[in-house]
Write a protein that binds this ligand. Structure first.
Ligand code: ZN
Length: 205
């Protein structure tokens, strides 16, 4: 599929950062294997946006910020349940940088998320309190985009929440699975795929 002439469509590459790839603090299995696939996919789009997980040190989503807790535990916070993660994607660190080999010269916007100390943000559209907007929906609307295609890391967390929110914001939404990889904690991948289908997200291999 060549979308290059599609002026109403944008590709959103989610969190393709060093810490989410093998060797990083919160590695998604085979996370780096999608880099050439994403590079190729991006060349089929006239408009490309990147998201970047961007936490201050001591962020509330880090297990290290909660004495006695360990990564991948779930705790109750103001806005509901929050999984605790290893420290990752700390602002200005190597781990927060985009993965080496990512080669998309025409990126038009980099949207950062998770920079509020007390709220995590899986979605590129809304933070985990499900209220605080990142501004991405407004940007897309003002640019006249009607369709978004999502890929990146991880299929069952940040790509998943972004796809659900893209649908909720009224955008026709496709996720390219070949250009994404999952963490898959306790069946999270199958749950995410089912929920995306239910929300009307088109899942493409
Ligand atoms: Zn994060």
């Amino acid at each position: 599929m060549n979308n290059f002439a599609d002026e109403q469509g944008a590709l959103i590459v989610v969190d393709l950062q060093r810490d989410f790839c093998p060797g990083g603090a919160l590695a998604v299995p085979q996370g780096d294997a999608i880099v050439p696939v994403v590079n190729h996919l991006a060349r089929q789009f006239a408009h490309v946006i990147l998201t970047q997980d961007w936490h201050p040190a001591g962020h509330a989503s880090f297990a290290s910020s909660h004495p006695g807790r360990v990564p991948f535990e779930t705790i109750e916070v103001d806005y509901g349940q929050q999984t605790l993660w290893p420290d990752h994607c700390v602002q200005g660190t190597e781990g927060a940088a985009f993965v080496p080999g990512l080669d998309i010269p025409g990126v038009e916007l980099i949207i950062r998320k998770g920079y509020r100390a007390n709220i995590d943000s899986y979605s590129a559209f809304r933070e985990n309190d499900r209220k605080t907007p990142t501004g991405l929906a407004g940007y897309l609307r003002e640019r006249g985009f009607e369709r978004v295609t999502l890929c990146g890391l991880a299929t069952d967390f940040c790509v998943f929440f972004s796809a659900i929110d893209a649908r909720a914001a009224g955008f026709a939404t496709t996720v390219v699975l070949e250009a994404s990889r999952a963490i898959d904690i306790d069946g999270s991948l199958s749950g995410a795929l089912a929920a995306m289908r239910d929300a009307g997200v088109v899942l493409r291999d």
